[in-house]
Design a protein around this ligand. Structure first.
Ligand code: HEM
Length: 205
């Protein structure tokens, strides 16, 4: 039973590959290297809900992450986020942001409770973020344990009317104590023209 349950939660079912290149429904409108080394300049990003080990034709780079259990939320925060956050793929959400983030070694040296104190008690990441739901849909991927160049891939979707709202949120988070530990961050903004509520692969979660 326990083994079956674990197989059901296999990382293969939770992995996504973001391919930068010349294919994919998301066209890049702007890329800003906020901190650390840049990624190669590309025109489009394809989001594949699968584990791609090699670059497909037309791809210049790929980065991968897995969705995972939460680390920092209290029960109440978890439930509030869950009740307010919309699903990805809303037809009106034709804008997106992919923001890969790496935190410094000093962050990872902290204990879990020290990180929670910075992340929420002093930076208010969840407190602030909640004000932007349901305008912004989000998904967090973890990559540190996959040996990837980033620790996290953060993905957001919103309507064109909320472009400035998202900008405001990102600006607030970047001023927080938590962000002093961010040593690499690439802010990639995207738009899609076709109204297909999904990603570049068929697998749904
Ligand atoms: C839209 C509103 C947002 C909400 C409601 C939100 C909420 C959350 C929550 C609940 C977590 C913790 C998950 C856990 O317990 O492990 C988290 C983690 C994270 N979020 Fe956000 N977030 C938002 C926006 C953002 C934005 C705009 C960025 C990037 C600019 C971002 C970057 C991150 C990162 C990098 C983590 C992982 C932190 C770590 O584990 O060290 N979030 N977010």
């Amino acid at each position: 039973m326990a083994i079956a349950a674990r197989t059901g939660n296999s990382w293969m079912k939770r992995v996504a590959t973001f391919v930068g290149g010349d294919t994919g429904i998301w066209r890049i409108t702007n890329t800003k290297t906020v901190a650390g080394p840049p990624l190669k300049k590309v025109d489009r990003i394809a989001v594949i809900e699968d584990n791609l080990a090699a670059l497909p034709t037309g791809g210049k780079w790929l980065i991968r992450g897995v969705t995972s259990n939460e680390r920092y939320t209290t029960r109440k925060e978890h439930e509030t986020v869950l009740s307010r956050q919309p699903a990805l793929g809303r037809p009106e959400a034709t804008r997106a942001a992919l923001i890969p983030v790496t935190k410094s070694e000093s962050w990872w040296q902290l204990s879990q409770s020290e990180r929670r104190a910075i992340f929420e008690t002093r930076s208010g990441h969840i407190r602030v973020g909640l004000k932007y739901l349901p305008a912004i849909a989000r998904r967090l991927y973890h990559c540190r344990d996959l040996g990837e160049p980033f620790d996290f891939l953060t993905w957001f979707e919103y309507a064109p009317a909320n472009v400035d709202v998202f900008e405001e949120l990102v600006g607030i988070l970047r001023q927080s104590e938590e962000w002093r530990y961010v040593e690499r961050e690439i802010d990639i903004r995207l738009a899609r023209e076709i109204s297909w509520a999904g990603r570049d692969s068929d697998r749904q979660r």
